[in-house]
Design a binder for this molecule. Structure first.
Ligand SMILES: [Zn+2]
Ligand SMILES: [Zn+2]
Length: 262
């Protein structure tokens, strides 16, 4: 059995749980170690049982609590080498045995096979993850400036996909962010808008994905209702009803979201 849950998601901090009976993985730790431990307990998981923490990239909303969580619960952290170089100072001192450098596209943690692949984002060497576990495929792809062939190829066919739906284009364009920041977010190495997420989600659903989380929403330039509505409309145009054909939810910024068990 697989259990999947977004503990926290958004520009203010990200952490996602994926586990089986034997293996318990976190993807990112971008809020405090205490908040991650609390959210795990709330979904009936024990922070002591976490087998690995996988990092997507070094931005603070993904690693803020990583060092503390690793030290407190003796959890190895996995990241690519350039990401390690970029985040080491923020993580603080860690024993060598908890520093794991990802060198291969595929590797295994317990009974979960992990695939990592590059994504376009303004970080040292950012990745998205796809997991193969109990004959299911689960993907987490956030902080993506644009959709690439690589992302598409890896995420398509997932049973569960957590996809970035970062901003509403009008809110961002008319909002108070300074122009260079707006350009950064809109650029090919920035973040995925609601409409782009909706188009991607539609492609995924067409190819059989039945559980979608819209995640990494901007606090400033989005509302959960807007993200959901963009995806609902895109799906409806292709004849899919989000009440019947596919389960879509917005991953919350403040607390854990719906737990999916497959
Ligand atoms: Zn980022
Ligand atoms: Zn982020």
């Amino acid at each position: 059995m697989i259990k999947f849950c977004s503990l926290y998601s958004g520009s203010s901090g990200n952490s996602i749980y994926l586990g089986t009976e034997n293996t318990h993985i976190l993807v990112d730790a971008g809020v405090s170690g205490v908040r991650i431990a609390n959210a795990l307990r709330e979904i009936n998981e024990n922070p002591e049982d976490v087998s690995a923490l996988l990092v997507t990239h070094e931005h603070s909303d993904h690693v803020k609590g990583a060092g503390i969580f690793s030290r407190k619960y003796n959890v190895p952290i996995y990241a690519r080498e350039k990401t390690w170089n970029a985040m080491r100072r923020e993580l603080g001192k860690l024993p060598d045995y908890n520093i794991r450098i990802i060198e291969k596209d595929y590797f295994t943690i317990g009974d979960i096979e992990v695939c990592n692949y590059s994504i376009p984002h303004d970080a040292a060497d950012p990745v998205a993850y796809t997991f193969y576990v109990c004959n299911k495929k689960i993907s987490i792809a956030t902080d993506i400036g644009c959709l690439t062939e690589d992302i598409y190829k890896n995420v398509i066919g997932s049973d569960i996909a957590l996809i970035e739906s970062n901003h509403d284009l009008d809110m961002l364009k008319n909002g108070r962010y300074p122009l260079p920041l707006k350009q950064r977010i809109l650029g090919n190495n920035g973040h995925l808008s609601n409409v782009n997420a909706a188009a991607f989600v539609t492609e995924l659903v067409r190819n059989g994905t039945s559980n979608i989380y819209l995640g990494h929403l901007s606090q400033e330039n989005n509302y959960p209702e807007l993200a959901l509505e963009a995806t609902r409309c895109a799906l409806a145009e292709c004849g899919f009803d989000i009440k019947k054909d596919v389960h879509v939810c917005v991953a919350s910024r403040e607390h854990y979201s719906e737990v999916i068990q497959l």
